[in-house]
Design a protein. Structure first.
Length: 411
């Protein structure tokens, strides 16, 4: 049952708790995977390659995740994905306990976990579309951005602290939170099948999702900008983690740095819905890109000053909830409910496509050319993300997101 008060909506609160637990464990994995590879005596290039491979498997799986989310109960999918991730991390813990430290072990099991995790995003969007009124989409998506950032904020330093105390404990902690997520996920109401696509193959459904995205120029512009900006965002963590490990920083401090952007995103999420009400999509997108590019550029000149790098990472995260909420809310508003999973997946695939390359480049460039040159390249790439927005006249004429919500609610 939908309610106009977001916080009195019990299914939404349960969904928030479930996704918070999953995101917390996944944010730990983002830090623990490269740290485990490095701790086992392998090179930064190997760590970047493993992280990139895991991300690539997640992206490939995401291509099909939307079709799966549209065919099955999204609540059941999140539950199955959570339990599978739990089992993968327990298996990694067992392998490490028996001194099996080949990078392929973490690479394979991490990739399986990433593949199952890929169904969570379209499933979450599908549940939100069913349990939240249209006029609250922007607020709900701003809250989910804050939730994701809070998970990163808590998960990154927790990963560093627990990993520093015990590698095995860090893997078991991740498994515990995935188990918690499987319990909390709410039941989602069924959607009508009157408009559901029938007699269409999986490839046909995939095509319909990508076709829907491709035909909407505003969505195409957002996705193009996100695709480019995700490259430097993936380069930065692996390069900085490798840099700080070479300088002898503790795992806890590395986790604190990694969580700095999460702090910025948490703060940014508190005013993201107001930004969507007052600013045009073009302004929001360009501001986000410029802020991130400048933060990376500043970090390149202060890469060995821990407090400043944390501050710049924090500032880079402030505007990100607004652009992410913009994309999620706009997608929900323009997409028929029977296609939402496919469209969310199709939108996310290009946006994440460069992240595996970014993880690899972050490690490779750092190893070959040092931290400053790596960050300067990342800042330049971040600036180029503005090009799709600058050259799209239609995107500049796009109305504020609350205008879309009002029109959709009146339909």
């Amino acid at each position: 049952m939908q309610t106009n008060n977001l916080w009195s909506n019990r299914p939404f609160r349960l969904l928030l708790g479930s996704t918070l637990a999953n995101d917390f464990a996944q944010s730990m994995a983002f830090i623990i995977v490269p740290m485990a590879i490095l701790a086992n005596g392998h090179s930064p290039t190997t760590a970047g390659a493993v992280a990139g491979t895991v991300a690539a498997i997640g992206i490939i799986s995401q291509i099909f995740s939307g079709v799966i989310a549209d065919r099955f109960s999204p609540s059941t999918l999140i539950r199955v994905a959570s339990v599978t991730q739990m089992l993968c991390w327990l298996a990694i813990a067992a392998a490490q306990a028996f001194q099996i430290k080949h990078p392929l072990v973490i690479c394979i099991l991490g990739s399986i976990a990433a593949a199952f995790a890929s169904v969570s995003v379209p499933s979450e969007h599908s549940i939100i579309q069913r349990i939240v009124p249209k006029q609250l989409y922007a607020k709900a998506n701003s809250v989910t951005q804050g939730r994701e950032a809070a998970a990163n904020l808590l998960g990154a330093p927790a990963a560093g602290l627990i990993f520093g105390l015990s590698h095995l404990a860090s893997y078991i902690t991740q498994a515990f939170f995935h188990f918690t997520a499987s319990i909390l996920v709410p039941h989602s109401p069924s959607k009508g099948d009157a408009t559901r696509e029938t007699g269409i193959s999986i490839l046909g459904e995939l095509k319909s999702g990508f076709s829907f995205v491709f035909k909407n120029s505003e969505l195409r512009t957002l996705i193009a900008a996100a695709s480019i900006i995700n490259l430097p965002m993936a380069m930065l963590p692996i390069a900085m983690i490798s840099n700080y490990q070479s300088l002898g920083y503790s795992p806890l401090l590395i986790g604190v740095y990694a969580s700095s952007m999460g702090v910025g995103i948490v703060f940014g999420a508190t005013f993201a819905d107001r930004a969507l009400e007052k600013l045009s999509p073009a302004t929001i997108t360009l501001t986000s890109i410029a802020t991130l590019a400048l933060s990376i550029l500043a970090t390149s000149f202060a890469s060995n000053i821990f407090a400043l790098t944390c501050l710049f990472y924090f500032l880079g995260g402030l505007p990100l909830p607004a652009i992410n909420s913009l994309m999620a809310s706009y997608t929900m508003l323009i997409t028929p409910d029977h296609m939402l999973g496919k469209v969310v997946a199709a939108s996310g695939v290009p946006g994440m496509a460069l992240m595996p390359l970014g993880s690899y480049l972050g490690g490779k460039l750092y190893q070959e050319y040092g931290i400053q040159n790596t960050l300067l390249v990342a800042a330049l790439i971040a600036c180029s993300a503005a090009a799709p927005v600058i050259f799209s006249k239609k995107f500049h004429r796009m109305p504020k997101i609350n205008h879309h919500a009002t029109s959709a609610s009146n339909c």
